[in-house]
Write a protein that binds this ligand. Structure first.
Ligand code: AMP
Length: 188
């Protein structure tokens, strides 16, 4: 962002712009009031997909021992990111999808609650963990993910997203001592 003569001007980097050009915004999907950001267009472009992975990796190289991807869209870039960093990958899934033994964390949604699980012993004590998801919306999911990482004695060190929805103020819900990386921000 640049500030010129008191006027705030948003400067968009080359990669940001390319990503934005591959995102489709669908209003009122999957329910009224939601502005859905569909990034599946990025997968149509292997060069851009690679650039996304390399960019996410450049922010994490040397800082993390493991990548944890959140079901389901967090697996899409999460696993290649782990490969690029040459570290293990762990799937964090919704309740009942993973075989036992599992460790879980339940969190509140606007209506009701949800539970995230990982397979026990896939994350070791003290490991520095990158939590990856496609979109940071209210931050409830990512926060629960970091609580689960801490529950097994590991340390969340980076939240990594493709897209951050600033208007939902998800940053407020995240752990304040964990770095946040988002490649593209939406103001609405
Ligand atoms: P939250 O817990 O509110 O931060 O929601 C994060 C999860 O919801 C992510 O896993 C996203 O896949 C999904 N999500 C929430 N809002 C959107 C949106 N506007 N477009 C696409 N995905 C979304």
């Amino acid at each position: 962002m640049f500030i010129i003569f008191g006027k705030v001007t948003f400067y968009m980097g080359v990669l940001e712009e390319k990503i934005k050009n591959h995102i489709r915004v669908i209003e009122d999907f999957p329910q009224p009031g939601i502005s859905f950001k569909d990034f599946s267009g990025i997968f149509q472009n292997s060069e851009l997909s690679n650039e996304v992975i390399q960019s996410l990796a450049s922010h994490a190289r040397g800082k993390v021992d493991l990548v944890c991807g959140i079901e389901s869209r967090g697996f899409l870039f999460g696993f290649p990111l782990a490969l690029a960093l040459d570290v293990p990958f762990v799937m964090m899934r919704k309740k009942g999808k993973l075989p036992p033994p599992t460790v879980s964390e339940t969190y509140q949604l606007e209506y009701g609650e949800a539970t995230l699980e990982i397979i026990e012993n896939q994350i070791q004590l003290g490991q520095r963990v990158l939590i990856h998801d496609d979109v940071l919306a209210t931050g409830g999911t990512a926060r629960a993910a970091s609580n689960l990482i801490e529950k097994v004695g590991a340390k969340p060190v980076q939240y990594s997203f493709l897209i951050q929805l600033n208007f939902l103020q998800g940053l407020k819900n995240l752990k304040s001592d964990v770095e946040v990386i988002s490649l593209l921000e939406f103001q609405s």
